[in-house]
Design a protein around this ligand. Sequence first.
Ligand SMILES: Nc1ncnc2c1ncn2[C@@H]1O[C@H](COP(=O)(O)OP(=O)(O)OP(=O)(O)O)[C@@H](O)[C@H]1O
Ligand SMILES: [Mg+2]
Length: 364
Amino acid sequence: MSYLAITELQKHYDNYHALRGINLSITEGEFVVFVGPSGCGKSTLLRTIAGLESSTGGTIELDGRDITELASSKRDLAMVFQSYALYPHMTVADNLSFALRLAKVSDAEIQEKVRSVSASLQLDALLERKPKELSGGQRQRVAIGRAIVRQPKVFLFDEPLSNLDAALRVQMRLELARLHKKLGTTMIYVTHDQVEAMTLADRVVILNAGQIEQVGTPLELYRQPNSRFVAEFIGTPKMNLIAANKLVRHEDSLAIDLLGQNIMFPVNRLKGPLPESVIVGIRPEHMTLVDQGGDISGRIELVEHLGSEAYAHIQLSSDQTIIVKAPARSELKDGQEVSINIDVSEVILFNESDRVISVIPEEA
Ligand SMILES: Nc1ncnc2c1ncn2[C@@H]1O[C@H](COP(=O)(O)OP(=O)(O)OP(=O)(O)O)[C@@H](O)[C@H]1O
Ligand SMILES: [Mg+2]
């Protein structure tokens, strides 16, 4: 059942067509993350839902009510931005209670709400401070607290953590996940950071040039992308892409010529007719370095040691380098010749228009 229903939503900024027919349905309590490259329309979509931008076509319904033309303040949504936008001359307590005072909520109720939000966001010791006396993380907690006291139907976050340093981002990410669990309120969250997207989201919406490219759970997008765009966007290091030289149909498999060496791909995993040429997509963790006799071979260009694992950058030919995940303690040397096994069951094929033409086996 749809709680927030977005239908054929359009947004034009003069001649620029920023949202091109967005259709999206969100259920109550869901944590939905919008990701996509810079300029794809994430903030525009969020701001249009919030009513901070007017749409130029389509409808937005919240909890059974058409809010497309409704003023932002009447939409029952609360937005948290990257820049905290706190009132600088007010204390933390006053920042938290401002919207309630504006709404003429009784003093007793205000006190109770501020107390509860302050406790859940660990702001008790900071209530009398002004924003300039707070760290970035503390300011962002106040901004989130200010949204929570209003008890909105939906929280909208636009890159709320991107001004924070790496350690604090991780900590705040966990706090947001806990907060969502506790409140159970619907959340829509915009980020560039795909780790945030993968870890926070019930569902991820990938936007590309004003359109939805794909919607799915983090694992669906990772394992079953519809397009090269999604396949490359989700996952670090990126999926390796290798253009195949030649395809030859054998009985129930397809011999794919990868730089002079064949991998056999089951024909029953192909969607549609046999194409002329394909691009082979393989994630770094779906290959293994072996002493000899692997599917393909190459030369190590460099190895990145991350402590828990290592990434070997391997040159297959003068213009093709791939990344293979290796065990943390691998003693790989630059310049070393290596042989690589490919887990064909995890291989994805793309056609010339960058659409996926293979099906992932069910149980794998
Ligand atoms: N007020 C505006 N007037 C004209 N064009 C705009 C306006 N706001 C945004 N745009 C354009 O609309 C497109 C989408 O912008 P938007 O801010 O939604 O991108 P985004 O996905 O949030 O990007 P980022 O990741 O950089 O924040 C961009 O090309 C941008 O230049
Ligand atoms: Mg943005």
